[in-house]
Design a protein around this ligand. Structure first.
Ligand SMILES: *Cc1c(COP(=O)(O)O)cnc(C)c1O
Length: 462
């Protein structure tokens, strides 16, 4: 198994290289050269297995023997032992045929833990084998930073530096990052906004000479290992509901498209999926593209589902590569046009996408209405991201017979603002976090200057 770039001009890489690399040198994203098959008998044999065992079987072909089976099994078991529910990602039945897949039982209460608990351990394994150390840098306005910190806090060969905009993230989100007091974790509060923090991380990746030779690693959702880890819960939940004997549909609250793209890979491997429903908030580029063929940027809107506030969906490029018949040159031309002006997909690729994907966009007022309505009907309090999915599943599902699984991407306690606005007294943090507001914090405030941030990284990395 090799990995190739969606823009067709970067060298093919091994699994180890692709995990350590991030973006391809031609500006594209890496995808597997061939998609391994998950046959009827493979799916039948998964019935009743533990989540970790299903995870091992689904991911094994992507790892391609580059980690021996016993070691990889150990990594997977350790990663998912950090989840507070024995099923790791339990299914919760809402009504006759609508299910929630609860992806929020990891250390930071959002679905990003599923991938980052695994990615940190895989990176550490490869670095140790190579006798190297690496630095992770990332900018966050909330969810990703804390999940990355929790995923790396026990990694001996990694130092992680997460930049957040000073006094511009919620107290719960800040404390989830700053109360991790491990020696290899560095939180930096930038005196600026999220874009300033992001720009400094991008500049550091573009010119890594300040680290004199130490590798800089990206853990954002373009890292293939994150997609790979997310394929697993599509398979595990469909099998729990009767796959391969019965097809299911999935509804996915989406932003950078990493999550739902993983579902598409599961389908390409052989999982019987009738429909993927993409739910967006008011930042609706994915919905506009699928419904009106309007592939264009619009200004960023701050919504009640902030982890889905994006202008461009970076992983959509991976799906375009498939829709365009793996023609890297066509993808490159389309995305270069998109950078310059509003554009549209060609007819045939768009038709291909519409065979598998439907979409629906949900504004803030509707998010509040859905939180109340879902509670009235099911007694569940949904987080605002999951609420977009709940509504999209009801509005865009193709039929009532096929079970639909809505991915619950965050725990409602993490996004109390929307829950309170919807008229509820709030939701308590789960027991393992109920002292979060009393824990000791550690972070460093720095000016929004690249040289100051890079000096801090160089002086503090181990
Ligand atoms: C990151 C995130 C999303 C969006 O996922 P993508 O993979 O970027 O599409 C949705 N909900 C929550 C809570 C998130 O943290």
């Amino acid at each position: 198994m090799r990995y190739i770039s969606t823009r067709g001009q970067a060298p093919a890489l091994s699994f180890e290289e692709v995990v350590l690399t991030g973006m391809a040198s031609d500006g594209g994203l890496y995808v597997p050269e061939t998609i391994p098959a998950l046959g009827h008998d493979d799916l039948v044999a998964m019935a009743g297995l533990s989540y970790a065992e299903i995870a091992f079987r689904v991911m094994k072909p992507y790892v391609n023997g580059e980690i021996d089976d016993a070691t990889f099994r150990g990594i997977v078991e350790e990663a998912y032992a950090t989840f507070s529910h024995d099923a790791v990602v339990p299914l919760n039945q809402l009504d006759a045929n609508h299910f929630l897949l609860e992806l929020f039982h990891g250390p930071t209460l959002a679905f990003k833990d599923v991938a980052l608990q695994l990615l940190g351990r895989i990176l550490d394994h490869f670095l140790k084998k190579r006798g190297e150390r690496a630095v992770i840098m990332g900018a966050t306005s909330g969810d990703t930073g804390s999940a990355a910190i929790e995923g790396c806090r026990h990694c001996d060969n990694l130092d992680i530096f997460i930049l957040h905009p000073y006094q511009r993230v919620s107290e719960v989100q800040r404390r989830q990052m700053t109360t991790v007091l491990a020696d290899n974790v560095f939180n930096v509060a930038i005196e600026g906004n999220f874009d300033d923090a992001q720009a400094m991380v991008k500049a550091s990746f573009a010119d890594q000479s300040f680290l004199d030779g130490t590798r800089l690693v990206a853990v954002n959702s373009i890292n293939w290992a994150r997609i790979m880890a997310q394929v697993v819960y599509y398979v595990a939940s469909a099998v729990a509901l009767g796959a391969p004997h019965r097809a299911v549909s999935f509804c996915v609250p989406s932003a950078n498209f990493g999550n739902v793209f993983a579902g598409y890979i599961a389908k390409r491997m052989g999982l019987p999926v009738k429909q993927f429903i993409i739910a967006t908030n008011a930042n609706d580029i994915l919905h506009r593209t699928l419904s009106d063929n309007d592939f264009s940027r619009q200004e960023l809107k701050a919504t009640l589902a902030p982890s889905m506030d994006i202008v461009v969906s970076s992983n959509f490029e991976r799906l375009l590569f498939e829709a365009y018949g793996r023609d890297g040159a066509a993808v490159k031309a389309l995305l270069e046009r998109f950078q310059a002006e509003p554009t549209a997909l060609a007819d045939a690729p768009l038709a291909r996408l519409r065979e598998s994907f439907a979409s629906h966009s949900v504004d803030d007022a509707t998010i509040l209405e859905v939180i109340r309505e879902a509670h009235h009907r099911t007694q569940e309090i949904l987080d605002p991201h999951t609420a977009t999915g709940y509504r999209a599943a009801e509005r865009a599902r193709a039929d009532a017979e096929t079970p639909v699984i809505t991915l619950a991407t965050a725990h409602p306690a993490k996004f109390a603002e929307a829950v309170v606005k919807a008229g509820f007294p709030g939701v308590p943090l789960p027991p393992h976090m109920d002292d979060l507001l009393e824990r000791e914090e550690r972070y460093t405030v720095l000016p929004a200057e690249l040289s100051a941030v890079q000096r801090f990284v160089v002086e503090n990395r181990r």
